[in-house]
Design a protein around this ligand. Structure first.
Ligand SMILES: Nc1ncnc2c1ncn2[C@@H]1O[C@H](COP(=O)(O)OP(=O)(O)OP(=O)(O)O)[C@@H](O)[C@H]1O
Length: 222
């Protein structure tokens, strides 16, 4: 599904140059659940941003479904971002003024051809899937951290993505809630075949995934 070849990312500020990724070669296969671990600053988030088309590498090639990203038009890339990929972040990124249901519906507003009714149906279905069918009218501030992360996962699921990129999805949660979220991701991968790439600092969680990739100083070490 994703093939990274010789990916390099250099951040250049006025005074300092940081090599965040140093010639990374990596393949993510359809249906895999891969975790990425490594010390702070080793380039994990940068890698996820490049995989999710939120950032561009300084050099190297990213192929999605066998085609180099450069060969996609802007419209096709927007479609990939919006349809194929779902993001889950450590700090949930929910909108506090919107209900749980509205938060989950939000990304579908940017999709053409999805009616209001279908939007709502998909959002309800996604919230059912994460066990929050009874909380649709709550606001994020009325939920626990684990429940908020479930909403964020439902928001990603409503878009029916083939690939979920999760950046420390349990980083703000205690171990019990973290395990619940991990179980949810494992179930999604197993039952729906969703490909998942997850950055984590939790070795126990990483060991539950099919493949653990370790990074150090911008490079894959195992
Ligand atoms: N926008 C930016 N401008 C300059 N340097 C950056 C920028 N973003 C990241 N970096 C640098 O690139 C390196 C990799 O950062 P990145 O956030 O990918 O690491 P990480 O492994 O995800 O870290 P953490 O585990 O702390 O989240 C770090 O040295 C960081 O300071």
């Amino acid at each position: 599904m994703l093939q990274l070849t010789g990916i390099e990312k250099v951040y250049q500020t006025r005074t300092i140059e940081t090599v965040a990724l140093n010639h990374v070669n990596l393949t993510i296969n359809q249906g895999e659940f891969v975790s990425i671990m490594g010390p702070s600053g080793c380039g994990k988030s940068t890698l996820l941003s490049i995989m999710g088309l939120l950032d561009e590498p300084t050099s190297g090639t990213l192929e999605i479904d066998g085609r180099p990203v450069q060969s996609y038009s802007d419209k096709e890339l927007a479609r990939l971002r919006n349809h194929k990929i779902g993001f889950v972040f450590q700090s949930y990124h929910l909108i506090n003024d919107l209900s749980v249901l509205d938060n989950v519906e939000l990304p579908l507003l940017y999709r053409s051809g999805v009616s209001g009714k279908e939007r709502q149906q998909r959002a309800y279905a996604a919230l059912e899937k994460v066990g929050l069918g009874a909380r649709t009218n709550h606001f994020p501030s009325q939920l626990s951290g684990g429940q908020r992360q479930r909403v964020a996962i439902a928001r990603a699921l409503a878009g029916q993505p083939e690939l979920i990129l999760a950046d420390e999805p349990t980083g703000n949660l205690d171990s019990v809630m973290g395990e619940e979220i991990m179980d949810l991701l494992l179930t999604l991968n197993r039952e729906e075949g969703t490909t998942i790439v997850m950055v984590t600092h939790d070795e126990q969680q990483a060991l539950k995934t099919q493949r653990l990739i370790r990074f150090f100083d911008g490079s894959q070490v195992s």
